[in-house]
Design a protein around this ligand. Structure first.
Ligand code: CTP
Length: 410
């Protein structure tokens, strides 16, 4: 995708380098990009017909944008103007490129290029944040003297770095192909009577991020979800449940098919022992409700997992984070636990960001300060690829030892 920035000519070098390296490149040019570089240049460099803005030329009537968008392994928009970022973030589809960006399921990489004041404007920064939250990747921009003579961030990053970012994304796009990930997510609603329930604050955002990242890497994804605030991807198989017992039953039915089982749900630890068939009436005396313990879903999976299966849990804690997470890692026979603080302003339930500590069976801890849930899911996928390749699933036995902090995210 080439848009109307003065840096559009640099896209020629990107198209040429990728084509020479064996990538099948199709250039899509917006109307303003065509005023800066001739489509014939891209046609010559890529050997493919250039797709031009569909409104203006009418030449693309025979190009099915859905088919083309679906066949792409990656969408690179370089240079990406403030305009295309705004359209992509807001879902506006008024030309070929912006329409294709809504259609494609391929990873999208933007290389922004614009005037510094535009780049730092809150409107643009908010659009970038929205796109990142949806899993779009960004490379650049660089800082320096711009064509408009201002100095600051906004210059298109060097083509070589853009090509490097393309390789990174293409390489990882099939790293989980053929693998099946089973994921629990959302909250549980434990009925008190036909109208009321016991619930919790889980939004399901973390589970959504995990599912999206797993799908992007080519995994088959089954999601067993309790009530949540998010819309789950249609490419995943989604099984909806309400209670912890229903969630547990569904996990037990599907766990054998899975290579990786991730417990991201905020499972209700207790259910009402005797939910009433009739609505409780108000009375002047105190109401006591007896609770019964629910099954520990991921703990049961950890204890029953077969050789080679990877089991991952989450630990949301308000205090003694590492100690509690370490205890859960051991008790539930997990290969990895992701611990995070809840109850702070930038971490936990309902938020887009979280802090995270990855605790592994060998006692190492990887610390990450506040990051987006989508970034956390990305890191998690990289660890899953590693765990699957090493087959490091240890036998289900408790392990002692103090965790040691091994890595701090830069
Ligand atoms: N979990 C589960 N079944 C339960 C409780 C928790 O599968 N009945 C899973 C969660 O999905 C998460 C991990 O276990 O992956 C830890 O959940 P958490 O609620 O932090 O731990 P609990 O074992 O419930 O301990 P506590 O509530 O006492 O902190």
């Amino acid at each position: 995708g080439v848009t109307g920035s003065i840096a559009a000519y640099k896209a020629c070098e990107i198209a040429s380098t990728l084509t020479k390296a064996g990538v099948n490149v199709t250039a899509v040019m917006t109307r303003s990009a065509q005023q800066l570089v001739g489509p014939a240049t891209f046609e010559g460099l890529t050997g493919n017909r250039v797709i031009r803005d569909m409104v203006e030329s009418g030449q693309n009537a025979n190009i099915d944008h859905i088919a083309v968008s679906n066949s792409a392994d990656l969408f690179l928009v370089a240079p990406a103007t403030a305009n295309i970022l705004g359209k992509a973030a807001q879902g506006i589809a008024d030309d070929w490129l912006s329409t294709a960006l809504l259609v494609t399921h391929a990873p999208i990489l933007f290389a922004p290029a614009m005037n510094t004041n535009m780049y730092t404007h809150p409107a643009v920064q908010e659009n970038i944040a929205t796109l990142k939250q949806r899993g779009c990747q960004f490379v650049g921009p660089d800082a320096g003297r711009l064509a408009c003579n201002t100095v600051g961030p906004g210059r298109l990053i060097e083509p070589a770095e853009i090509v490097e970012a393309v390789w990174d994304l293409l390489k990882r796009s099939d790293t989980l192909a053929g693998k099946h990930i089973l994921l629990t997510t959302g909250a549980n609603h434990e009925p008190i009577d036909p109208v009321r329930y016991i619930g919790n604050r889980s939004s399901g955002k973390m589970g959504l991020a995990i599912a999206q990242e797993a799908l992007q890497r080519g995994a088959k994804v089954t999601i067993i979800t309790g009530p949540s605030d998010v819309t789950l991807p249609p490419e995943a198989r989604v099984i909806e449940v309400q209670t912890a017992q229903e969630m547990s039953n569904a996990v037990m039915v599907h766990m054998d098919e899975a290579d990786v089982i991730i417990g991201a749900a905020a499972v209700a630890d207790y259910r009402v022992t005797h939910p009433s068939d009739e609505k409780h009436k108000r009375s002047t005396t105190a109401l006591n409700i007896e609770l019964t313990e629910n099954p520990d879903i991921i703990g049961t999976v950890g204890a029953q997992k077969r050789e080679g299966q990877v089991v991952i849990g989450f630990a949301a804690e308000t205090h003694d984070l590492i100690a509690h997470a370490q205890e859960k890692l051991n008790k539930k026979h997990l290969d990895l636990i992701v611990a995070n603080r809840v109850g702070t302003s930038d971490s936990g339930f309902g938020r887009d960001t979280t802090d995270a500590q990855f605790l592994f069976r060998d006692g190492t801890v990887e610390q990450h300060p506040v990051i987006r849930k989508r970034e956390l899911a990305d890191l998690l996928m990289s660890h899953i690829v590693e765990l699957l390749s090493k087959h490091t699933t240890l036998p289900a036995s408790p392990q002692s030892g103090n965790p040691e902090v091994s890595a701090e995210r830069p």
